[in-house]
Design a protein around this ligand. Sequence first.
Ligand code: ATP
Ligand code: MG
Length: 342
Amino acid sequence: MLILEAQELHKSFRLHERHSGRFGLLRSLLRPAVREVNAVSGVSFRVEAGESVAYLGPNGAGKSTTIKMLTGILEPTGGIVTVAGLEPHKHRKQISYRIGCVFGQRSQLLFDLPVSDSFELLRYMYSIPLPVYRARIEEFAGVLQVESLLRRPVRTLSLGQRMRCEMIAALLHEPDILFLDEPTIGLDVVAKERIRVFIERLNRERNVTVLLTTHDLTDIERLCPRLIIIDKGRMLYDGSLATIKERFATRRQIRFAMPDANEAARIAALFAALPEVAAVTDNHQVRLAYDQRATDTADLLRLALQWGNPRDLTMEDENIEALIRRIYEDDIDLRGEAAAIV
Ligand SMILES: Nc1ncnc2c1ncn2[C@@H]1O[C@H](COP(=O)(O)OP(=O)(O)OP(=O)(O)O)[C@@H](O)[C@H]1O
Ligand SMILES: [Mg+2]
């Protein structure tokens, strides 16, 4: 069942810029400098109920703007967006019963009051029956391990503690669609992991549809089999993580140690002379980097043994982090490939 749809979605902002320098304010008032920013320009995708999708892109790509249109906070300047069959900005109230949102940079908890007061307010807003409310709090607080925090004023919580409470606030009314805009930003490894486990369970056990933006690529590996990548407001890729890895994670590294730094430099120079192999040394350590499509790993290993006496040999394939970085840096051109992959 189709649950989210964007068709040729556009959002542009009119930016009023201040002139700088002396009399800048005056000049701005007399002759306002208005610039148009195309935050989202022509994004289209469809998400089925129960999917878990990562919405990725470098800073300023238009991710948050898209989420704001999906949640009805912003009205598109072009195209169509539908969530559970409704246009979000036109049906904000109805939509709010279907969706839950967590924005890593913003809080929906009342800062000076105990966490449980914010939850009470949400119970009232969504008319959640008391026994249902109690059961949900108990379950969610248990999984996220925040039982002992509920009576504490929000302002006294650490970021990780607060974010776990934000997750509960977003889910008290049992939405079937969850929008997460950088839910793990700034958290330590343990807090990140708790949040991931929680999201994973919601998606698997309750079939909650998840759309998530993140700069932490472990989030994706753990949670999202499907990726949508945008840049400068435009679609770059829509497809599986597996396909992108298979297709582009072609770089591999071999590391080994030599008896001393001189030996390391000598063997590195031999490798560096090979076409399309990079070799660097760090003291007695040597690192080779190459593209598996151009260079055979077995050949390199044979040469290493022939040229010296390498120890502690390890091999490493390019991880998703490095891969996505290359996509962002335009080192991998998905535009041409996208049609073939999708
Ligand atoms: N209210 C606004 N007024 C003017 N420009 C805006 C506004 N909101 C966003 N923008 C611009 O739109 C573009 C997309 O911003 P957006 O916040 O959607 O990016 P993002 O992909 O979420 O980036 P990040 O990874 O940094 O969170 C940016 O160039 C940003 O400066
Ligand atoms: Mg953002």
